[in-house]
Design a protein around this ligand. Structure first.
Ligand SMILES: O=P(O)(O)OC[C@H]1O[C@H](O[C@H]2O[C@H](CO)[C@@H](O)[C@H](O)[C@H]2O)[C@H](O)[C@@H](O)[C@@H]1O
Length: 240
């Protein structure tokens, strides 16, 4: 099991949500927060002097719904939206909006494939096909017609989904931004995620002298990771 070579008083923990804290579910709304997770996270936050954050592709409001009052800070939409502490406003850089005709064409495809959906974000969208796998071909054909970079976007494959994301914003930037604020400042970041978008968070945490781990490379699955997190919250696995 992974050991952290320093004590909680020197650490900050920044965690991905889907596929890490919760198992992947048929739809974004149907994820289930595992029993005991909220208590583990609250105990950890306490041990870390508050330095616990969620860094997710989801909008911040969804983390507030699933983990109400639990993390000190949340970075949502892969870093497009950041709230550095519970009492602060959410900040967003100025970013281009998704062209209305792209949204309309995505909605047109969804209407032909029951179960497919478009998730709108502040500066992007996700075309979900988990519940309608046959829609993937049509989504790919559509997105290949666009020139996302020219409009300030990029396309990213996600879990049974294609995401349109703004250029120049990623989880690495979110980790750096959160780590520059109290109670994270001066601590070493520990970042854990499971997806290609999490690699930016992993790299940033490592470059800042902390550690970054990925499921399934470093933990075989999310259940094993959460068991480790539970042990950390009980004081096991920390160095002096
Ligand atoms: O950065 P994360 O916290 O891992 O969020 C990544 C995306 O997660 C959500 O979609 C994925 O999870 C859903 C629930 O398990 C699943 O139904 C879907 O197929 C996955 O793609 C979320 O909807 C996205 O906004 C996040 O970017």
């Amino acid at each position: 099991m992974i050991q952290i070579p320093f004590p909680p008083s020197k650490a900050a923990i920044l965690l991905d949500f889907d596929g890490t804290l919760v198992d992947i579910a048929p739809t974004p709304e149907s994820v289930v927060v595992p029993p005991g997770l909220a208590d583990d996270l609250l105990r950890l936050k306490d041990m870390l002097g508050g330095a616990l954050a969620i860094v997710t592709g989801r909008p911040i409001a969804q983390i507030d719904h699933f983990l109400p009052g639990i993390p000190h800070a949340v970075a949502g939409e892969h870093g497009v939206a950041v709230r550095t502490s519970p009492e602060k406003d959410i900040t967003h850089p100025t970013l281009p909006s998704v062209p209305a005709d792209w949204l309309q064409k995505a909605e047109d495809i969804v209407s032909l494939h029951p179960g497919a959906s478009v998730e709108r974000k502040k500066a992007g969208m996700v075309l979900h096909y988990r519940q309608a796998p046959e829609a993937e071909t049509a989504f790919r054909a559509l997105t290949e017609q666009w020139s996302p970079e020219a409009g300030g976007f990029r396309l990213q494959d996600a879990h049974m989904a294609i995401e349109l994301r703004p250029l120049g914003v990623d989880k690495g930037g979110a980790v750096r931004e959160l780590m520059s604020e109290n109670p994270f400042r001066g601590r070493l970041p520990l970042f854990v995620g499971d997806d290609v978008t999490d690699m930016d968070g992993v790299r940033a945490a490592r470059q800042m002298g902390g550690a970054g781990w990925l499921i399934p490379d470093d933990f075989p699955d999310a259940v094993t990771f959460r068991r480790w997190l539970h042990d950390l919250s009980e004081g096991h696995g920390w160095g002096a």
